[in-house]
Design a protein around this ligand. Structure first.
Ligand SMILES: Cc1ncc(COP(=O)(O)O)c(C=O)c1O
Length: 377
């Protein structure tokens, strides 16, 4: 008999700065009387992040979604953008909000990322960009994607919302493509409560983006190109500066818990956990499993419900699939028959709780519940 957890075990818990340290930072902001408008904390955060990520050009924004929208402008995107349906809603809705048409490309079975072999067939005269997502922090096949982009003269904008700090072959994933977007939402492995960043791999882009996040205002008050309010404020920047100091420790602890999950679930038939990819430094942002109903005996949805009975709050990530959203019903490429791998993944993938405050025994108990869930313990 397994007792339910006394309080809910959520999928994540935000990494919090030390309360005394944040008080000190807030005091210095109060003393400065400058709460926003690209002041000291934002400038320091941009320097710290650029150093951490090895980025030449980087700006922070009020959210990852705003950062994406500004990226569409600086890359002058129009018409169609080829992307993945297996992503968070913001990837797709931000395109549509900016009158860009998402064109859905199926995904790879193992990485759950856009399948580069399927991209070329989707390119039309209206295509201006490819927007891959490093799903759950697994790096996309950037080399193949870049080859296609070069052949057809397309921009590549990475949605790297999940991939903070991920490296492949010793290189940060944010160095791929023209621009990468990072999300610093409180649920992410690194955060500024709400916030995001763009990492630019070409000179000139940062300057334009920095004008656009401030309504488009130039120094003399003139506007050449209309912008939006996408500024991060000083208090959130201070949180970001302190959370950054803890990011490596958090990732290290998540790695330990991920390995424990993998070890304990290895013997459960029908449950498949991901594995580390060769040459990749992962950030362990999420721990996801796939549930094969025929072998495991319960569907992903049944396991989700069973875990809830034990106060384990897992997440059907990403379900429903973006291409099945009501707002995408008129998009031809959203048809189920064109996206078999993504539709299957959306039915089978489940993200389990993972954060640095989880104990080994929490993970052991979650795995016990999964092991015996079929038998109604
Ligand atoms: C894949 C993906 N893209 C975009 C976003 C949007 O980022 P934000 O919440 O910072 O606006 C998120 C996360 O929230 C995400 O997971």
């Amino acid at each position: 008999m397994i007792e339910p957890f006394k309080s809910p075990l959520y999928i994540t818990k935000p990494l919090l700065p030390d309360i005394y340290e944040i008080n000190e930072m807030i005091k210095s902001i109060w003393d400065s009387n400058q709460l926003t408008n690209n002041a000291g904390m934002v400038k320091r955060l941009e320097r710290d992040l650029a150093g951490f990520l090895g980025a030449d050009y980087l700006s922070v924004f009020s959210s990852g979604t705003t950062a994406l929208e500004i990226a569409y402008k600086i890359l002058r995107l129009s018409g169609e953008v080829i992307t993945t349906p297996f992503t968070f809603a913001a990837t797709i809705t931000s395109l549509m909000w900016n009158n860009l048409k998402p064109v859905f490309c199926d995904i790879e079975e193992d990485t759950l990322n856009i399948n580069p072999d399927k991209i070329e067939a989707l390119i039309t005269k209206d295509t201006t960009a490819i927007m891959p997502v490093h799903v759950f922090g697994n790096p996309c096949n950037a080399e193949k994607i870049q080859q296609i982009a070069d052949k057809y003269n397309l921009s590549v904008l990475y949605d790297a919302a999940h991939a903070f700090g991920v490296k492949t072959g010793g290189k940060s994933v944010s160095s791929f493509g023209d621009v990468s977007m990072l999300s610093f939402h409180a649920t992410k492995v690194y955060h500024t409560i709400e916030g995001g960043a763009l990492v630019y791999n070409k000179p000139g882009l940062k300057e334009r983006a920095d004008f656009l996040r401030n309504f488009g205002l130039q120094d003399g008050g003139n506007v050449i190109e209309p912008g939006i309010n996408g500024k991060l404020n000083e208090v959130q920047a201070a949180v970001g500066i302190l959370v950054l100091k803890k990011a490596e420790g958090e990732i290290g602890r998540r790695k330990v818990l991920t390995n424990l999950y993998r070890e304990l679930l290895a013997e459960v038939p029908g449950i498949t956990a991901g594995k580390d990819l060769e040459g990749v430094t992962h950030n362990y942002a999420y721990f996801v499993i796939r549930v094969d109903r025929d072998i495991y005996g319960l569907s992903r949805d049944e396991l989700f419900d069973r875990l809830r009975e034990y106060n384990v709050i897992s997440r059907k990530y990403f379900y429903p699939l973006c291409s099945n959203f009501q707002c995408c019903k008129d998009i031809l490429s959203a048809s189920r028959s064109m996206l078999p791998v993504a539709n299957k993944a959306a039915e089978e993938v489940l993200a389990l709780p993972l954060h640095g405050r989880l104990t080994d025994s929490d993970v052991e108990k979650i795995c016990e519940i999964i092991k015996y869930a079929r038998q109604k313990i």
